[in-house]
Design a protein around this ligand. Sequence first.
Ligand SMILES: [Zn+2]
Length: 277
Amino acid sequence: MHAPDAAPDVVDSHVHLLPGRLGEKVRGIFEDLGGYDLAYPADHAAVCERLASEGVRTIWTLPYAHRPDVAVSLNEAAVATARSGLAVQVVAGATVHPQDTDPVSILRRAVEDSGARVLKLHCSVGDFGPLDVGLEAVWDYVEAVRLPVVVHAGRAVDGVSGHDDLAPLDELARRHPEARVIIAHCGHDHEADALRIVAAHPNVHADLTPVVNRLVQVPPAEARTWSRRLLFGTDAPNTELGAAACRAHVESLGLEPDALAAVLGGNARRLVSEVRS
Ligand SMILES: [Zn+2]
């Protein structure tokens, strides 16, 4: 019999352990803005120790290419991080930029040779849309191997998605129905639009990752309905809301225990286990 407080197997599906100078640069953006009380230190080992102490067992580390020609080294760094013996299990993410010379080859190498198990596309940072023609072969590959793809829609620098930013994801899911798209931050602050896209396409998911200090707003009834397609995430290390706060928010949605376990980790584990390569 399980103790009532048996620790669920929590997966944080939205973490950015960025390498060296890039990690420092992104951290510096938050520090320069000032006024943020970030929940985690910048050091990878320290971030993972803190996450482990908050009950997280596994993380997805998501690199993202802000311009062409950086994806290969970011992907190699993510794999090295995943193998570096941190306090949590690390699933390596990969990234591409649509203006890379051959994005699908870069992705294929990361998945098939290096073991990456998720793709991250950051539209605002990379200044592209999910329907960019340079990603067409990437989406075909993603469908073929069932690779989950976290997409941060939109072009606003503050990380918030506008209504028009989410519509291309609807079209994307129509063109590529087998793509396991995960709408980052549940499209904050257009969560209702994001959930409509989830409702319309059986392979579209959303993560419940806050935007720095703003929790994603999902009505409890919607969380129940879509509990098999919502994922837990923090955006560590550059977030004010740590795993404990994010988890308390998910727990406040009043989900049944099995649905809660799915959101906190089961859905993320299922997506990774379904990758064919
Ligand atoms: Zn993020």
